[in-house]
Design a binder for this molecule. Structure first.
Ligand SMILES: O=P(O)(O)OC[C@H]1O[C@H](OP(=O)(O)OP(=O)(O)O)[C@H](O)[C@@H]1O
Ligand SMILES: O=c1[nH]c(=O)c2nc[nH]c2[nH]1
Ligand SMILES: [Mg+2]
Length: 159
């Protein structure tokens, strides 16, 4: 179980996705983008828009059920991307690197980019924007809602 949470708003996600696009701009041109569904879909759409890339392929890997990790299952391979040469793979984050390892094996010549990276998965990523600690769980805007939070003084647990 994560020790802390890092909440990402839609605004922040858009900003960080654009920051990633800036880092990728001079590394292209790209034949297309491979989005790792589902978490990579929205970042991939933002990045493809910024890089003026119209070709988007998907690869579906299921590794987690909420915060519980299981064996990675490839539900859909990235058929259009060949061995990955000239293609850009986008995911929202790398955590343990399990998903990245599976996708890299399918597309060994692609460039792998994520918005967020935790230390264990970082060596598997070519380009990322923000590092968070391994014990942090990132909460993405599609998994959360705005809700009432009690004042700090009321919410404190007695020590
Ligand atoms: O580095 P790892 O430990 O493999 O974790 C990272 C992966 O886990 C999440 O996907 P998830 O399996 O939850 O599927 P989803 O994208 O459909 O939510 C996330 O979107 C990454 O793809
Ligand atoms: O929403 C998520 N946040 C995370 O930190 C994470 N790590 C693996 N899979 C994840 N999904
Ligand atoms: Mg995912």
């Amino acid at each position: 179980m994560a020790q802390r949470y890092f909440t990402v708003t839609w605004d922040q996600l858009h900003r960080d996705s654009k920051a990633l696009a800036w880092r990728l701009l001079d590394l292209g041109p790209w034949k297309g983008v491979v989005a790792i569904t589902r978490g990579g879909l929205i970042p991939a759409a933002i990045i493809a828009r910024e890089l003026e890339c119209r070709i988007i392929e998907t690869v579906s890997v299921v590794t987690y059920d909420e915060e519980t990790k299981g064996e990675p299952r490839v539900v859909k391979p990235p058929a259009a991307a060949g061995d990955g040469k000239g293609w850009l793979i986008i995911d929202d984050l790398v955590d343990t690197g399990t998903t990245a390892k599976v996708v890299r094996a399918m597309l060994p010549h692609a460039h792998f980019a994520t918005i967020y990276a935790k230390p264990a998965g970082k060596p598997l990523v070519d380009t990322f924007v923000t590092e968070v600690s391994q014990d942090t769980w990132i909460l993405f805007p599609w998994d959360t809602e705005v809700q009432f939070i009690p004042p700090i003084a009321k919410g404190q647990v007695a020590k």
